[in-house]
Design a protein around this ligand. Sequence first.
Ligand SMILES: [Zn+2]
Length: 391
Amino acid sequence: MKPILPLFVFIDACGWEIIQQDPFVRDVAPHRRPLTSVFGYSSACIPSILSGRYPGEHRNWSYFVYDPKRSPFRKLRALQWIPAALTGRRRVRRWLSKYVKMRLKFKGYFDLYNIPFRYISLFDFTEKKSPLQPGGMNEGPNIFDFLQERAIPYHVSQPTAGEEIDFAFLYWPELDGLMHRVGNNSKEVPAKLRSYEEKIARLMAVAREHYEEVRLYVFSDHGMANCDQHLDLRSRIDALGFKMGEDYAVVYDSTMARFWFFNDQAERAITECLEEVPEGEILSDAELKQLGTFFPDRYFGELIFLLQEGTLIVPSHMGERPIRAMHGFHPDAPHSYAALMTNQPDVPAEISAIPDMFKLMIRDATLAHAVNRGSKPAVTATSPQREPANY
Ligand SMILES: [Zn+2]
């Protein structure tokens, strides 16, 4: 029996709003708080959790950027001659994505989404490595680099809480996919939460056979907003008559559009057009800096246009058809907030945004590693809390 196992269960999209109406894990993890998310999609949120830094520092933000010189997709241009009826099909796209990922040796998540093949060679893909592995960040270290450097034995993802680890990180992505499909009010959401509760109960039972104390942290990266409004931004921009790849480039993500300009005329006209769109706003540099998503080299776009919560860009480069719910709106929007649920009553107040989870992870990993080896903790100031017999 070892003294401590820090168990971090990351549930994608289990937002603060979702658990307002649901007693999710209240019995095993009664201490709850909202966490401010990071502006962007999971491609931004997960690296921020794992590194404790914002996208402006770690440079994992949106997937596709205008970068024809470094585009690995040049060969895919030939695919533009395949009828759109075929390449537009989700199943064909998925198969092609797998094939391309293998050929280009990408290690992270990869999907071609809905980027037209005639434009794909304009873009580079920014997550070539997996942020869930050591060395997986675009800039700087992540939690797994930290653990590896200190030789702290850890376990990532599927639960098999054995005796030999000092740290466990589990990643459960299914709630996110479910809510994208059915929305956040569906009866399927509480049903999914109940199944997660059973899974956590089983996990805790196994862990307690091997550890005197299991420090449980159930947390998420963002929430989920139902999307009842759709905006066809592409037709408005197309109507201005500028040429993609010559006058400007754009990536239509589902909740934001990112532009690069190659002449003043295009920049002026597109900016003026966007200023007239009431469903969204152009983010200023000051705001981007405050959100931790400002890039001085404009790598992810020279102009970022963000929609208000509940509106979706349809069609977009992420999908031809709408989905029921989405995240990636402003972190201050009500449904953007992530959540933290824990059996630890002493989580410091400054743990208030998702990158702060990194601090908790290194604190507990360091503590457990030291205590489990029979030495005094080197870093943490708080002595390990014993769990009450029933909570
Ligand atoms: Zn999602």
